[in-house]
Design a protein around this ligand. Sequence first.
Ligand SMILES: Nc1nc2c(c(=O)[nH]1)N[C@H]1C(S)=C(S)[C@@H](COP(=O)(O)O)O[C@H]1N2
Ligand SMILES: [Mo]
Length: 184
Amino acid sequence: MKISITAAPAVAAALAILGLTLATLAPLGSARAQTAATPAQTTSDDITVTRDNTPAQVIHHADWSSFRRIETTQKDRDGASHVYSGVAVSDLLQKAGVPMGKALKGENMSQYLVVKAGDGYKVLFALPELDSAFAERTILLVDTMDGRPLPDGKGPLRIIVPGEKKPARWIYEVRTLAVRFSAD
Ligand SMILES: Nc1nc2c(c(=O)[nH]1)N[C@H]1C(S)=C(S)[C@@H](COP(=O)(O)O)O[C@H]1N2
Ligand SMILES: [Mo]
């Protein structure tokens, strides 16, 4: 009896500490798990590049000056021409360590890119579609149309696929470039 009376506060104290500790650790744990998938500090003009077995990398819009800038004139669905300016998706991927050019061969030929947008829309490209060693056209991630930031709701970053008959892969609100090996 004496033991339980004296032990009870100790147990309660221990439980309280444990409870506090668990309460403190649980959110930290989940925050860390999220950071690995999508860094929490990104803004809408940051691009997160994810690859199999590699920590996510963020390319900030402010760092685009280190990439060559490319322009393309494309017709919209109403037939009106617009000049888009941006960077080659292949250059962004190469910077993040994705095999392009001479390295795009062998087992890397089964890698693909899923581009994900803020509204949940996703589109897929095979890596050779993006690589100038294979493709005539250059698929761009653009930040301007006719010299101005993209219109509200269509930016801040958008994929432009020159020469495609439907603009369904012209994905806007782009946030993530996810490169994966085919599971099959
Ligand atoms: N993020 C995002 N991008 C998207 C879509 C979408 O639903 N979400 N729709 C696609 C489709 S199906 C088309 S036809 C074009 C339409 O672009 P527009 O409104 O500039 O003509 O955007 C493409 N990009
Ligand atoms: Mo569409």
